[in-house]
Design a protein around this ligand. Sequence first.
Ligand code: HEC
Length: 135
Amino acid sequence: MNCIENYTGVSILLLITIMLSFAGCGDTTYMQGKRLYAVNCQNCHMEDGSGLGGLIPALSSSAQIGSADFSCIIKNGLNDTIFQDSTYLLKQMPSFKKFSATEITNIVNYVNHTWAKDFKESTILDVEKVLNECP
Ligand code: HEC
């Protein structure tokens, strides 16, 4: 009798644990991407993607996001010279050669999920295809 009660108790506990871990899933969407963004991108593009004045472009309103296309910017960086306030400014974004395609996919999905108008998940195959065709 006791044994059966214990067993029921354990089962209920187990069930609650399983339910809780599923409930947590919503929060962990693109969690690795968020973590990578926080460590590697946020110091320039800011936590809310708003960038830094004329120096760092905002991601939250960028036309570059929304697909996997900006994978190349992450991998190779960007060195545009832009004309602003009657001077040429060299804007430099560092390259992140160290990232695997999986890591880039997670960053891309985190950025797009957070800021793109129409979110469509990119797969690792999408990212690999883009990376193979970087300029
Ligand atoms: C040291 C500061 C710095 C860091 C760190 C940085 N960026 Fe950038 N990023 C820039 C600058 C500056 C530009 C503009 C470069 C240019 O136009 O030549 C830029 C441009 C971009 C663009 C194009 C935006 C547009 O509208 O033109 C994207 C997308 C982007 N960065 C994503 C990222 C992601 C994702 C990370 C992290 C993996 C990251 N950046 C890390 C400085 C940074």
